[in-house]
Design a protein around this ligand. Structure first.
Ligand SMILES: [Zn+2]
Length: 457
């Protein structure tokens, strides 16, 4: 072979190799096996109405060709969304490689029945694989269509509520209800299953028409099921107006000298006079303490712990009542006003204090202006408060029975003399304690209504 022929043979071989290489590269490119990436959000367990979803698909190699979103229910397929992507440029280089889209799944528009469905996203690319169909990615989501709100209905026909007092409602809530209770204007009072011996659907709710609300509130029953469907129902109630007393309290220097040393733990600004310190305690510390009492509402047990009439401090006189409006005077001038949120009971100094009913200790210790305090949970949002104690005889977490000694009276905190400040809370809101000492009130407002509830068969 001449040198010239060898050269041209070599060149031909090189060209063939390049062509073959190019062909191989081309085939690998058009038959690529990488599936498109696909995601579907959010991931839901239940569908209770039209819900918006967001899909995101991408294919870095041959690009997006086709996508479809469908809903399948018991073999029936409904198309929700379909999209074809045009092929653009050499090897679809200018085609779509990424795509995002919002879409809505509306059970009623798609004529879906109640029960399980499957939401399916399928996306294909422009690869020549699979007989030219391309690589396929599938995202599937199983969920349950539930658009029927829970059924909820008051059982007690007439409900009386004293302003500042406790209301009690018994009601039936269908078994799919996961949360229910009473709304007093914008304020929610959670209800609870009635408990042992009652049917699963039987519920109870303690609530109040708060002492501070001036105008008549709108009350209604509310419930939500696992899918998020909500129901509202009215019930009959009658609110009895109550007038609260107004009381004048005269602050003397002698009183200030007596009570202020207790508040040495409080961070006063420098150079405050005694009366300025008193005002800080009476306003700011009182407010902090109110928030701390309110926070205790979450520590309640879902079952009823109490039974029968509540106990009142033995041989005691009432010194101040619930929701007394107190005007404070110093050197002849009005300096402050506050509301008294319990009943003050005075007996002999260091009298033994009994648990008003069965319960569980959820707080012990100093509580600002209330001094040494014990709080008992009685279940289902009810709690009792014992303040100004000289000694505490129980520990947090401990169960107590009605009548058990939990401490002794004293004058810790903002107290002029030895007494027990007794409070009752409904879901963290103070209510008038006197109702709970009255067996007739308990019979008419609680026991009689509980008897109307369905018993467990
Ligand atoms: Zn008091």
């Amino acid at each position: 072979m001449s040198r010239g022929k060898r050269l041209s043979f070599g060149l031909a071989l090189a060209i063939i190799l390049v062509v073959l290489g190019g062909l191989a590269w081309f085939l690998v490119a058009i038959f690529e096996g990488e599936r498109p990436a696909a995601s579907l959000e959010p991931s839901l367990q239940y569908l209770n109405g039209p819900k918006e979803f967001n899909l995101k698909v991408s294919d870095s190699k041959s690009g997006l060709k086709y996508l479809i979103v469908k809903v399948v229910q018991e073999g029936r397929k409904v198309k929700v969304l379909e999209k074809k992507f045009p092929y653009k440029g050499f090897l679809n280089k200018e085609g779509d490689h990424e795509y995002t889209q919002h879409f809505t799944v509306d059970p009623s528009a798609l004529d879906l029945g109640q029960g399980s469905i499957e939401l399916i996203l399928e996306v294909r690319d422009y690869s020549r694989r699979n007989g030219g169909d391309g690589n396929l990615s599938v995202v599937q989501q199983k969920m349950i269509v539930d658009t029927i709100p829970p059924s909820i209905r008051a059982v007690s026909r007439m409900n009386y509520i004293n302003r500042g007092g406790c209301g009690f409602l018994v009601y039936e809530a269908s078994s799919d209800t996961v949360e229910s209770g009473v709304y007093v204007d914008g304020m929610f009072f959670p209800g609870y299953p009635a408990g042992e011996g009652y049917s699963d659907t039987a519920h109870v709710c303690y609530f109040t028409f708060p002492y501070y609300m001036k105008k008549r509130p709108q009350l209604y029953l509310w419930g939500k099921d696992r899918a998020g469907n909500e129901s509202k129902a009215g019930f009959y109630y009658r609110i009895r107006r109550r007038r609260f007393r107004t009381e004048a309290i005269y602050i003397t220097d002698q009183f200030l000298r007596k009570v202020l040393p207790y508040f040495s733990f409080y961070h006063f600004e420098e150079n405050l006079s005694d009366i300025e310190k008193f005002l800080k305690v009476n306003r700011e510390l009182r407010k902090e303490n109110g928030a701390a009492f309110y926070a205790l509402r979450t520590k309640t047990e879902p079952v009823r712990l109490w039974e029968g009439r509540w106990l009142r401090l033995k041989n005691s006189a009432t010194m101040a009542r619930f929701a007394d409006h107190r005007n404070y005077y110093y050197k002849g001038k009005k300096i402050d006003e506050q509301t008294h949120l319990g009943v003050d009971l005075a007996s002999l100094a260091h009298s033994e204090v009994q648990a008003a009913n069965h319960g569980k200790v959820i707080f012990t210790g100093r509580m600002g202006i209330y001094g040494l305090t014990v709080v008992l949970d009685h279940g289902q949002g009810l709690a009792s408060v014992y303040s100004h104690l000289s000694e505490i005889r129980v520990k947090e977490g401990q169960r107590v029975i009605k009548g058990e000694i939990i401490g002794t009276t004293g004058q810790t905190g903002l107290a002029g003399g030895d007494h027990l400040h007794f409070g009752v809370m409904v879901n963290g809101i103070f209510v008038n304690p006197v109702e709970w000492w009255d067996s007739h009130w308990i019979q008419d407002n609680i026991t009689r209504k509980l008897a109307m509830l369905k018993k467990r068969p």
